[in-house]
Design a protein around this ligand. Structure first.
Ligand code: ATP
Ligand code: MG
Length: 414
């Protein structure tokens, strides 16, 4: 037997409705905020992620699915959605079009990680990118959009925000961080020793307990913000207050990606512990230029869809029930089954969901099956009904029955 690859999951037919529900809620919120969908390829040139995600990030150094194609090009399966959207924004000259360019995606993403609950090698993201605006209201709008989705899904989450400033003020902060960490360097993990040299901000993001303990006393970026960044953060906070959204300032949030500037945020489930971060995002004013495009500010977020579903299921949030056929046509014998097939065809052509027996089962077994698939009505055809040109329709929710002529069937279920 060939098994499913480690860290991947099937969505089985009986569970697909949960995904459809989640996707439709995501699309609803996108429409509410006037975003259009973008679909980019599953694979891109490896260089896009090296430059767009950052070659000191965990994603690029450890987690990418990278391979050579038959033309000897280095190809990578997308580990996240922003880089592809940014590439497309540049390539299609969207900076010269209508700004802001507000878009969203629902995409699989691939990361070579140690699989555990809520951490997969193929997972899915609902992501949002708002290109073209540097205003803090736009940051607030991105946060509001995520908040609206999470509330509509019935989730209890805490919002954590921070500002990581701009390249100007971060230079001074990086110096302060290095000065702080220098005496502790021997006690840090191997990765943090590299981070210390290449990207000190990333030290705050480490998940090792030993490093976390040291981090607790590290200086805060918020004390180093320049006047512009400070004002931007103050405006964001007042927008959130105005919108009635609770938040907590968490100076440890730096995000794992290199292109972030100013606002960073995370929504964390308050009902589950590990892997509770269901949504993360921030501003990335440097990204488009870093990828060879014009200087265009942007803000966005990505929500982990498996994590959303996991939290919804663990907290007993009810999902829309799966689709069930309106009517199951049960046939007593071969002639009746043939008629059932004909009637089901007419019903489906008229837009009424119908099902028939495909397994040559007894009437009793057909009823059992109809019940299993949740059919709302069962229309029974025996020899007598066939002769009389009627079906005996049973309403499965109240048990009532009614005889309906073949010719009236479509009208009866319309
Ligand atoms: P983490 O700190 O949990 O590794 P991250 O910083 O790598 O998260 P992002 O790159 O910001 O995560 O991705 C956005 C969201 O996608 C996360 O908040 C999470 O909900 C989800 N996500 C990230 N990696 C995975 C994964 N391997 N499996 C499932 N969901 C994931
Ligand atoms: Mg990660």
């Amino acid at each position: 037997m060939i098994n499913i690859p480690k860290g991947t999951k099937d969505v089985l037919p009986q569970d697909a409705y949960k995904w459809q529900y989640l996707e439709s809620e995501a699309r609803k919120v996108a429409r509410l905020f006037n975003l259009k969908e973008i679909r980019t390829p599953i694979f891109e040139h490896t260089e896009l992620f090296q430059r767009g995600v950052g070659d000191t990030t965990d994603i690029v150094t450890k987690e990418m699915y990278t391979f050579k194609d038959k033309g000897d090009r280095s190809i990578t399966l997308k580990p996240e959605g922003t880089a592809g959207a940014a590439r497309s924004f540049i390539e299609n000259g969207m900076a010269n079009g209508v700004l802001p360019a507000k878009m969203y995606y629902i995409t699989p993403a691939f990361r070579y990680e140690r699989p555990q609950a809520g951490r997969l090698r193929q997972f899915h993201q609902f992501g949002v990118e708002l290109f073209g605006s540097k205003s803090a209201q736009t940051d607030a709008e991105a946060i509001l959009m995520a908040d609206t989705l999470l509330k509509n899904l019935g989730l209890k989450v805490a919002l954590k925000i921070n500002s990581i400033g701009c390249p100007t003020c971060r230079a001074a902060y990086n110096k302060a961080l290095k000065a702080f960490f220098a005496p502790h360097i021997d006690g840090l993990c191997h990765d943090c020793k590299t981070r210390f040299e290449k990207n000190p901000l990333r030290l705050l993001d480490c998940k090792e307990e030993g490093c976390k303990a040291v981090n607790a006393a590290a200086p805060s970026m918020l004390d180093y913000l320049c006047a512009d960044c400070h004002e931007h953060f103050e405006t964001l906070k007042s927008c959130l207050t105005m919108a009635g959204i609770d938040y907590e300032i968490d100076p440890r949030i730096v995000r794992g990606l290199d292109y972030y500037t100013r606002s960073v945020f995370e929504f964390v489930s308050t009902s589950i512990g590990a892997q509770g971060t269901v949504c993360a995002g921030g501003r990335y004013d440097g990204l488009i230029e870093q990828l060879g495009g014009p200087s265009v500010p942007a803000v966005g977020f990505a929500a982990g869809m498996e994590r959303l579903l996991m939290v919804m299921e663990q907290t007993g949030v009810t999902l829309l029930s799966p689709d069930a056929p309106t009517v199951y046509l049960a046939g007593m014998d071969a002639a009746c089954r043939q008629k059932a097939f004909e009637l089901s065809t007419k019903l489906r052509l008229a837009g009424i969901s119908a099902e028939i027996d495909h397994m040559e089962r007894s009437i009793k077994a057909q009823f059992k099956y109809a019940d299993k698939i949740g059919a709302k009505y069962v229309a029974v055809l025996g020899g007598n009904e066939l002769d009389a040109g009627v079906v005996n329709v049973k309403n499965m929710s109240d048990g009532s029955t009614q005889s309906v002529a073949f010719a009236d069937l479509v009208a009866y279920f319309s």
